[in-house]
Design a protein around this ligand. Structure first.
Ligand code: ADP
Ligand code: MG
Length: 334
């Protein structure tokens, strides 16, 4: 029945994962603000695994540049479709894996939208009895991190709302704090495997990163400039870590930022990492869009082009087809 199809899907997904390694980079393009979902702005073409941009030139002969990813989601792709593509990864937390999902992109490109969706849950009061337990992780102080027991999806959504509210509150106090800070929601899952009775522990981190836009040094000074440089440093340190994991290098530079130190247990090894790279299709955003895509290309395994193509042509293709047909079966049942 349904459970078996889900299980089969997960098994195939894990096989695919074994073949391709544990790092994925997905690209998502949001709709033009106030525009038609089929108008792509600076985007020339999108297919399942690549995106090409129109690069205007002064002589009137516009150029094109193509970037490849594990998956590309165009502006008309719904939250549901994105979720269903990501679900096997999320479910692997139940198999005891650690999972990190990052949202990267300039401010306004759709990071928070992907991570929490148009979250219109009415406010419910949070239980007052939640405990503040965890103030240190991997030897790093995380003074404001709370570990709260949850028992339902709405508990989690409420916490996410609270986190978002806290982030928004400080934004009025200090120059748009929400785009100049990383936010991380971690869900720890413990369970018992039905057949063996073994206990399993997994955790998933949902990381809504600070806006990736470069700051104009002429516009900011002092603390604000320092902060911006610090953010850019931590984003590029994260990029370096993911790139070296993707390329299976022996040295992974976790220690270059607090973010990567904090998440070290969940990056690399058996852990699974997914980076959602977000693109704004507006012409004004083109400069940032190009630098975002270059960043993303660097963190993905694209540079190992030959190896990737080889794998893609054979087993991966077959597994992908099987997964697609299982997905179709699942869709019929919904
Ligand atoms: P960021 O977190 O990167 O700053 P947001 O997630 O807040 O960006 O998105 C900016 C705006 O665009 C929001 O109003 C959001 O609702 C909208 N938006 C982002 N992505 C999509 C999408 N895929 N479909 C529809 N609206 C989107
Ligand atoms: Mg945001």
């Amino acid at each position: 029945g349904y459970q078996n199809v889900l299980k089969e899907n997960r098994k195939l997904y894990n096989q695919l994962q074994d073949l391709k390694g544990n790092i994925r980079v997905y690209c998502r393009v949001r709709p033009l603000i106030g525009g038609h979902p089929n108008h792509y702005g600076t985007i020339n073409n999108i297919d399942e695994e690549s995106i090409s941009l129109i690069i205007p030139s002064k002589n009137g002969k516009d150029g094109k540049k193509t970037f490849s990813f594990d998956r590309v989601f165009g502006p008309s792709v719904t939250q549901g479709e994105v979720f269903s593509d990501t679900q096997p990864l999320i479910r692997s937390v139940l198999d005891g894996y650690n999972v990190c999902i990052f949202a990267y992109g300039q401010t306004g490109s759709g990071k928070t939208h992907t991570m929490s969706g148009p979250n219109k849950l009415t406010e419910e009061t949070l239980g007052v009895n939640y405990q503040i337990r965890n103030t240190s992780h991997n030897g790093i102080n995380v003074p404001d991190a709370n570990l709260v027991p949850v028992s339902s999806p709405s508990d989690v959504l409420n916490l996410m709302n609270l986190g978002q509210k806290n982030r928004a509150v400080s934004s009025t106090a200090l120059n748009d704090r929400s785009s100049r800070s990383h936010s991380c929601l971690t869900v720890h899952v413990q369970g018992r495997e039905f057949a063996s009775g073994n206990s399993l522990r997994g955790c998933i981190h949902l990381v809504d990163l600070a806006g990736s836009e470069r700051v104009d040094k002429s516009e900011v000074t002092g603390d604000r400039l320092k902060e911006a440089q610090h953010i850019n440093k931590s984003l590029s340190a994260l990029g370096d870590v993911i790139a070296s994991l993707a390329q299976k290098q022996s040295h992974v530079p976790y220690r270059n930022s607090k973010l990567t130190q904090l998440l070290q247990d969940s990056l690399g090894g058996q852990a699974k990492t997914l980076m959602f790279v977000h693109i704004s299709p507006e012409p004004e955003a083109l400069g940032e869009t190009i630098s975002t895509l270059k960043f993303a290309e660097r963190v993905s395994t694209i540079e190992l082009g030959a190896a990737r193509v080889n794998k893609d042509s054979g087993d991966v293709k077959e597994l992908k087809e099987q997964i697609a047909s299982l997905k179709a079966t699942l869709a019929k049942k919904d």
